[in-house]
Design a protein around this ligand. Structure first.
Ligand SMILES: [Zn+2]
Length: 407
C-alpha cells in the first residue's frame, strides 16, 4: 500500500519520544507504549452516577488504577450531550457541568491526573505517572447558535468537536438520522469548521453523515479526525463507520481514523442490528408524529425499546475483530493514519472479549505484535499519529492567526 510521507511538525519527534515509557524497561524487554485514546465517555456517567475515578471504580471502564495498568497516557474525556438535551435547551449547561466534573477529578488527584491542553505538554505533565485528560465535545449542541462559545469551550479545554451526534442538529446531518436535513453541513456548521480551524480545535467527523463528513474534510484548513469510528468496509451498510472513500480523504488531508471497540461497531451482525434499530426508531417517531397530528395518544417508547432488545439479543465478539479493523485501516490508509478511540463507558458494556476496560490495551498491543507490526508502527497507532495531527491543527491555527493579523 502507498505509504505517505507527511511533513512532521517540529516537535513531533519529541511527542513520539514522550509516549515511550522506555525508562525502567530492561534491555531485553520491549518498551511499553503510551496509549492515546480519543473517546472515553466517563464525564456523562459521572453526572448520573458519581464515582471517584482516582480509585478503583469497578462498575466503570475507566479509572486511574486500570488506566495505569493499561498504559493509558492521554485519555480524551468525552463531553457528550444528546439530541434530546439539544432540543430542550439543556446541552450548554450539561457540557459545563461535565467539564467541571473532569476539573474536579484532576484537582482532587493532582498526582494522578492533569488536564491536557496541548500536545506540547505531554512529556512534562506525564511525569510521575499522571494520566492526562484533554476534552473532546461529542455533539456541537452546546455551542447553540453562538459561535463565540467555541472560544469559551476552547478556553475550558475542548480540543475536538464532533459536529453532530445521533440526529441532525444546527450544524450537520448525522449518520444515524435517516432523514438528511441539510444535505451535509448547515451554513452555521460551515462557519463552525472555519472557527475551529482558527482556534486550533480538531474537526471530528465521527457520527456525521457521509455528505457532512466530506464537506467538513473539504472545508477544513487543517487535518481532521474521526475520533471513534471503525471501518464500513468490514461492516457493510453501517453508515456510522467510515467508508473507504471518506477514510482516504481523511488520510489525504493528513488526518487519522481512530478505530472504536464497541461490539456493534466491529462485528457485522451487531452493526447491521444497530443500523436497523435506527431505521426502526425513525419509523416509530414518524408513526407517533402522525398519531399526535390525529389527536391520538403516542405508542409507548419503552415498550418499543424492550421489544427490540427481546428480538435482537446482544451480539458478542473478541478482540481479534478490533485488530481486523486496525489491519484494514492500515492496508487502506497507511500506518500513519490509524489510531484508537475506544468508546469505553459509552456502549453499555457491549465490548469484545479481552478488551473490556482501559486495563486491556496491552492485549491490543500484544495482538498487533503477533500480527507482525514493528514497535515504531505500534507507537504510531497507539497514539503518535493522533498527537501529530493535534500538533498540526495547533500549528495551522497559529499560522492562521499570524496571517489574519498581517504578520
Ligand atoms: Zn459516539
Amino acid at each position: 500500500m502507498r505509504h505517505r510521507r507527511l511533513p512532521m511538525p517540529r516537535h513531533a519527534t519529541a511527542l513520539l519520544a514522550a509516549l515511550c515509557l522506555c525508562a525502567g524497561a530492561r534491555a531485553d524487554e520491549r518498551p511499553a507504549v503510551g496509549i492515546v485514546d480519543t473517546h472515553i465517555d466517563a464525564p456523562a456517567l459521572l453526572q448520573s452516577r458519581w464515582a471517584d475515578l482516582g480509585a478503583d471504580a469497578p462498575d466503570r471502564e475507566f479509572d486511574y488504577p486500570r488506566a495505569r495498568a493499561g498504559g493509558l497516557a492521554v485519555a480524551f474525556m468525552s463531553i457528550y450531550t444528546s439530541a434530546e438535551q439539544d432540543a430542550s435547551g439543556a446541552a450548554t449547561q450539561a457540557a459545563h457541568a461535565q467539564i467541571d466534573a473532569v476539573e474536579a477529578l484532576a484537582a482532587r488527584h493532582p498526582d494522578k491526573f492533569a488536564l491536557l491542553r496541548s500536545p506540547r505538554d505531554v512529556e512534562r505533565l506525564r511525569a510521575g505517572g499522571r494520566v492526562l485528560l484533554p476534552l473532546g465535545m461529542e455533539n456541537a449542541a452546546p455551542i447553540g447558535d453562538d459561535l463565540s462559545r467555541l472560544r469559551l469551550f476552547h478556553d475550558r479545554g475542548i480540543r475536538y468537536v464532533t459536529l453532530a451526534h445521533g440526529a441532525a442538529n444546527r450544524f450537520a446531518d448525522s449518520s444515524y438520522d435517516i432523514e438528511k436535513k441539510w444535505g451535509g453541513l448547515s451554513p452555521l456548521g460551515r462557519e463552525a469548521v472555519a472557527e475551529m480551524n482558527r482556534l486550533g480545535i480538531m474537526v471530528d467527523v465521527s457520527h456525521l453523515s457521509d455528505e457532512a463528513a466530506a464537506q467538513a474534510i473539504e472545508l477544513s484548513r487543517a487535518p481532521v479526525i474521526a475520533s471513534h469510528s471503525s471501518f464500513r468496509g468490514l461492516t457493510p451498510g453501517f453508515e456510522r463507520n467510515i467508508g473507504d472513500a471518506l477514510a482516504r480523504r481523511v488520510a489525504a488531508k493528513g488526518g487519522v481514523v481512530q478505530v472504536t471497540f464497541g461490539t456493534n461497531f466491529v462485528e457485522p451482525e451487531g452493526a447491521a442490528n444497530l443500523q436497523a434499530l435506527y431505521r426502526a426508531r425513525n419509523d416509530f417517531n414518524k408513526r407517533n408524529a402522525r398519531r399526535a397530528a390525529a389527536g391520538l395518544p403516542p405508542e409507548d417508547r419503552a415498550a418499543f425499546e424492550a421489544e427490540w432488545r427481546r428480538t435482537h439479543p446482544r451480539v458478542t465478539t473478541t478482540i481479534e475483530r478490533v485488530l481486523d479493523h486496525i489491519d484494514y485501516g492500515v492496508a487502506l490508509l497507511g500506518v500513519e493514519h490509524v489510531g484508537i478511540g475506544s468508546d469505553f463507558d459509552g456502549v453499555g458494556g457491549n465490548l469484545p472479549r479481552g478488551l473490556r476496560s482501559v486495563a486491556d490495551y496491552p492485549a491490543l498491543i500484544d495482538g498487533l505484535r503477533e500480527r507482525g507490526y514493528a514497535e515504531r508502527d505500534i507507537a504510531r497507532i497507539a497514539g503518535g499519529n493522533l498527537l501529530r495531527v493535534w500538533a498540526q491543527v495547533e500549528d495551522a491555527a497559529e499560522r492562521g492567526g499570524r496571517d489574519a493579523s498581517g504578520n
